[in-house]
Design a binder for this molecule. Structure first.
Ligand code: 5CA
Length: 438
């Protein structure tokens, strides 16, 4: 992409009402624009990152055996009357009437819709387990939308729903998602810890939240220090095998959100292992058995020939919140430092004297080579001061920056800057391209 033709509206100053660094940087780097309280337009750069996060989530869901569908944003109130949640959900639900005076709502989650789909087609335990997921916009009329997309009203969620014949099988589905989630966050360059959580209005009795540690997090987290360093299981998990030991290795170490905190158990741990921190909740998983399948009559015939409600769990990832969470975890005074897996552009070419024949030719060569290598480079071909170009590339967080100017070219060299470390190397263009492309 040539920056002179792109749409990347950079702001010199963050609007005064942006309180946390990720919100400030998302506005300054031109990732989002607020359209209404808690409702945002995604500008080109923000959309690119959002799509990349979405794709990582999708790949890890598919790997763990989940199947993608797409459910509508607007749902029938009658389905929620069946489950008993229509009145219980309260003011967070945006309620709408259509021209036939029928009650609709903008889905805050999709347990009812997916249960309705399931019960229409699946009647036998032989078709289980199933895990259906979608990546779709949700709406919750939050009392205090704040921190930009961190707590929005309209937000993008990946929500998966598992269906099993009994509790033991449902536990296996839960374990698959538990480990798949750790892989998602690791691929996004994040250290996420699972903490025992309160199921809240989703219901059920087994639940974990996944927390990114950051001072600006809205939740308080208590955990065993070793859990932070334990890392993800990696892609080679045998998803059909027994995952209980791998999950138990993590859940046996103490961790809890403030609602579930057991101060006595925490105090019993060695002092140097006790960690109290702030966390950003980037995922939440639940096992709730028959809570929806019973009232909504989503039954399957078991091996004994008897009909019984299916056992369900649901599994959410805050996809749009993750854009902000990654920035909270990875930035410096100059701007965002994207992990390569979600960077909006893989590399930048900075032309320090646009219009100079030598600079233009070298930049075009670099731009073509990086494009051909699939790096999706951003070429800053604007007629701008070098300082402005350096600042823009650092602010929007391009991982590898190729700096090409007349002085260097006279000596046969260019500069290669790595955003994360600030390290600069001076080398011939060919060698620099090789270093980026590999
Ligand atoms: N039905 C379940 C799981 S599919 C569910 O709705 N879970 S949830 O309420 O915990 O939401 C899942 C994830 O969505 C949360 O972990 C959080 O990362 C994200 N999320 C929830 N509310 C918001 C919000 N207002 N703004 C941005 N992200 C949110």
């Amino acid at each position: 992409m040539r920056l002179s033709r792109y749409f990347m509206p950079i702001l010199r100053d963050a609007p005064a009402d942006a309180q946390i660094v990720s919100h400030q940087l998302m506005l300054r780097a031109g990732l989002i624009r607020q359209e209404a309280s808690g409702i945002y337009a995604w500008l080109p750069l923000g959309l690119k990152v959002l799509k990349k996060i979405e794709q990582v989530v999708r790949e890890e869901m598919n790997r763990a055996g989940a199947i993608e569908i797409l459910m509508p944003t607007l749902q029938l109130a009658d389905l929620w009357r069946e489950s008993g949640r229509y009145d219980a959900y309260g003011d967070e639900m945006l309620r709408i009437k259509d021209r036939h005076d029928r009650d609709l709502l903008y889905g805050p989650t999709a347990e009812e819709v997916v249960t309705d789909i399931f019960r229409s087609y699946i009647k036998s335990y032989k078709d289980l387990p199933k895990n259906l997921y979608n990546i779709q916009w949700k709406f919750r009329d939050e009392r205090r939308p704040r921190f930009g997309v961190m707590r929005g009203r309209e937000f993008l969620m990946k929500d998966a729903y598992s269906f099993d014949v009994d509790e033991a099988a449902a536990r296996k589905s839960y374990n698959r998602m538990f480990l798949a989630y750790l892989n998602v966050y690791a691929r996004l360059g994040l250290k996420a810890i699972p903490v025992k959580a309160d199921p809240g209005p989703i219901g059920g009795d087994l639940s974990h939240e996944f927390m990114i540690l950051a001072d600006t997090g809205e939740s308080e987290v208590f955990a065993h220090r070793d859990l932070v360093e334990m890392g993800a299981p990696g892609p080679d998990v045998d998803w059909d095998g027994d995952l209980e030991p791998e999950v138990a290795r993590r859940t046996s170490l103490y961790s809890a959100s403030d609602e579930m905190h057991d101060a006595a158990r925490f105090a019993a741990m060695p002092e140097d292992k006790r960690m109290t921190a702030r966390g950003i909740e980037v995922g939440h998983i639940f096992y709730f058995g028959e809570k929806y399948s019973k009232p909504m009559k989503a039954h399957v015939t078991g091996p004994d020939g008897k009909d019984a409600p299916v056992h369900m769990g649901s599994y959410g990832v805050g996809v749009s919140r993750l854009v902000a969470a990654i920035i909270e975890a990875s930035h410096d005074a100059a701007g965002i430092i994207w992990p390569a897996s979600v960077a909006p552009f893989g590399a930048a070419v900075l032309n320090l004297r646009a219009g100079d024949a030598g600079c233009d030719a070298a930049c075009e060569t670099a731009y073509k080579a990086l494009t051909d290598a699939g790096l999706d480079p951003l070429y800053d071909d604007r007629d701008e001061r070098p300082g402005g170009k350096f600042a823009a590339a650092d602010l929007v967080g391009i991982p590898q920056q190729l700096i090409i100017g007349p002085k260097g070219l006279a000596d046969g060299v260019v500069e290669l800057k790595t955003r994360a470390t600030g390290e600069r190397q001076t080398l011939p263009l060919d060698a620099a391209l090789k270093a980026i492309i590999g």
